[in-house]
Design a protein around this ligand. Structure first.
Ligand code: A3P
Length: 295
C-alpha cells in the first residue's frame, strides 16, 4: 500500500482546536451528523481507556456473549464518529449511518465540537477520564506509532505541547473539567480509568446500571475476564493490529502498551514533574474534579 497523503501531517485547526489532519477533511460530516435519542456515547480525551470501556459496553449490550466480539473489530461495533482515513477506510459517520439503533458512538470531541443536534437528542454519555500524567505518556507513545499524527519529538518536547494543548483535540485540562461540569445538566456517567483498574467489577456494574441492564454475576465475570488488559492485548478485534503498518506501527509501540496507572514515573524527570504539578495546580484550581496518579 502506498502512503496516503494524510500520513504524519501537521494538525489542522478546527474551530480553534488542533485536529488530526485526516479527520478534519470534510468536517461538515461531523456538524451535520444525525444523533438519535437512543444513541449511547463513550466520550473521552484520547488515551484514557476508550477502547477498554467500548468493549465493556458492547459486551454488556450482548449480555456478556463474546460471539460477535470475536468476529467484528471494535471500530465497527463502536465506531469513532470523527474518525476518517480518506481513500483507505470508511469514515466513522459512514459506519454509524448504516447501524441500527441503539448505536454506541465513540468520540474524543470537546463539548463545543459536537454535532449540532447532539444536545437536543439528550442521549446518554459515558465519560471516561484518566490522570493527566499517564495520558501524556500514553499519548506520546501513541503519536510515535500512529501515523495519522505528526511525530511527537522527544518526550521533553512532547510534554510542553501537552501542557499547552498543542496536541490533537486540544487541552486535556479543558476537556476533563468541562465534561465534569456538564454532568449537572446532562445524563453523564463520569468514570475514571484508575477506578476501573482498581475494581473492574464495581465499575462495570455502574455501566450496567447506567445502560439499564439487569445485573448478572456470571455475565459480569465473563466481561471482567474478557476485558482484562492481558486478554485485550492478545485480541486482534480490539488491539488495532489489523490496521496496516502504514497507519499504525505496533513495532514502535503497541496500541495495548502497558495498561497501568503510574507509568508516568518511568518518564517524568523530577524537574518535569515539578513544573507539571505547578502548571496543573493553576489550570485545575477552579474545579472539584480530582484524579489519582497511582493506585
Ligand atoms: P497505555 O498506553 O498507558 O498502555 P484509548 O483506548 O483511549 O486510546 O486508551 C489506550 C490506553 O488504554 C493504553 O494505555 C492502553 O494500554 C490502555 N488500555 C486498553 N485496554 C485496557 C485494559 N483492558 N486494561 C487497562 N488498560 C487498557
Amino acid at each position: 500500500m502506498t502512503s496516503p497523503d494524510f500520513i504524519r501531517r501537521a494538525w489542522e485547526t478546527v474551530h480553534g482546536y488542533p485536529m488530526v489532519y485526516a479527520f478534519a477533511i470534510n468536517w461538515e460530516r461531523i456538524e451535520q451528523f444525525q444523533c438519535r435519542p437512543e444513541d449511547i456515547w463513550i466520550i473521552t480525551y484520547p488515551k484514557s481507556g476508550t477502547t477498554w470501556v467500548s468493549e465493556v459496553m458492547d459486551l454488556i449490550k450482548n449480555d456478556g456473549s463474546v460471539e460477535k466480539q470475536e468476529k467484528i473489530p471494535i471500530n465497527q461495533r463502536v465506531p469513532m464518529m470523527e474518525a476518517a482515513a480518506p481513500g483507505v477506510l470508511p469514515s466513522g459517520t459512514e459506519y454509524l449511518e448504516n447501524m441500527p439503533s441503539p448505536r454506541f458512538v465513540k468520540s474524543h470531541l470537546p463539548i463545543s465540537l459536537l454535532p449540532k443536534n447532539f444536545w437536543e437528542s439528550n442521549c446518554k454519555v459515558i465519560y471516561l477520564a484518566r490522570n493527566a500524567k499517564d495520558v501524556a505518556v500514553s499519548y506520546y507513545n501513541f503519536d510515535r506509532m500512529n501515523k495519522f499524527h505528526p511525530e511527537p519529538g522527544t518526550f521533553a518536547e512532547y510534554l510542553e505541547k501537552f501542557m499547552s494543548g498543542n496536541v490533537a483535540y486540544g487541552s486535556w485540562y479543558e476537556h476533563v473539567t468541562s465534561w465534569w461540569e456538564k454532568k449537572k445538566d446532562h445524563p453523564i456517567l463520569y468514570l475514571f480509568y484508575e477506578d476501573i483498574k482498581e475494581d473492574p467489577k464495581r465499575e462495570i456494574r455502574k455501566v450496567m446500571q447506567f445502560l439499564g441492564k439487569k445485573w448478572d454475576e456470571e455475565a459480569l465475570d465473563r466481561i471482567v475476564q474478557h476485558t482484562s488488559f492481558e486478554a485485550m492485548k492478545e485480541n486482534s478485534m480490539v488491539n488495532y493490529s489489523l490496521l496496516p503498518t502504514t497507519l499504525m506501527d505496533h513495532s514502535i509501540s503497541p496500541f495495548m502498551r502497558k495498561g497501568i496507572a503510574g507509568d508516568w514515573k518511568n518518564y517524568f524527570t523530577v524537574a518535569q514533574n515539578e513544573k507539571f504539578d505547578g502548571d496543573y495546580e493553576k489550570k485545575m484550581s477552579g474545579t472539584t474534579l480530582k484524579f489519582r496518579t497511582e493506585i
